[in-house]
Write a protein that binds this ligand. Structure first.
Ligand code: HEC
Length: 155
């Protein structure tokens, strides 16, 4: 049997390097703690999100409330049930047809004698509403993850 006398390799990492690592880990944890604490205490809570409603949309919401549109209509399925849900009505009808319905009424939708300014504000309000979400949802139950095939089942 061949035997090569080799000197024993040094411990790796050396005890000295280990304690340097320990000190490094500990101090970076300490620094992270201070940075995060500072972040929590200095956070103003502002999210930086832009307002949902445009100025004319805010006007339209007042007109909406004054005329009790909610008695017959819903947003996101909530409201009265004589008329249809209006969450995405602008996508469905477009602004011109929506304005036409508001001016003339249609079927059981009364002509409410709204002024041109009221109608423009309501159209702005309904346009803002559609950016808030989709109703009814396109699929139920809601799918949080993409499915393996586009049929949405195991076929
Ligand atoms: C008395 C109940 C009632 C009130 C109050 C009412 N609506 Fe309607 N609205 C209806 C009905 C019913 C329809 C469906 C008309 C039809 O079938 O042609 C409708 C239709 C509409 C449509 C068209 C929807 C679509 O999908 O075709 C819009 C837009 C609309 N209403 C907006 C409003 C706004 C804005 C107000 C408040 C200013 C309002 N409505 C107040 C009953 C009402």
């Amino acid at each position: 049997m061949l035997y090569f006398p080799v000197s024993e390799p040094p411990l790796s990492p050396t005890p000295d390097a280990l304690s340097r690592l320990n000190r490094w880990v500990l101090s970076s944890l300490g620094v992270s703690f201070l940075v995060m604490s500072a972040g929590v205490f200095l956070d103003t809570g502002a999210t930086g999100k832009t307002a949902l409603f445009s100025p004319s949309g805010v006007e339209g919401k007042k007109v909406w409330n004054e005329n009790n549109c909610m008695v017959c209509h819903q947003f996101f399925g909530m409201g009265g049930y004589l008329g249809p849900d209006l969450t995405n009505v602008i996508d469905r009808l477009g602004p011109e047809t929506t304005a036409w319905v508001l001016r003339n009424g249609r079927g059981s939708m009364p002509d409410m004698n709204l002024s041109d300014a009221d109608i423009a504000a309501l159209v702005a309000f309904l346009s803002d509403m559609t950016t808030a979400g989709t109703f009814p949802q396109k699929s139920w139950p809601a799918q949080w993850f993409p499915t393996a095939n586009k049929n949405g089942d195991d076929s």
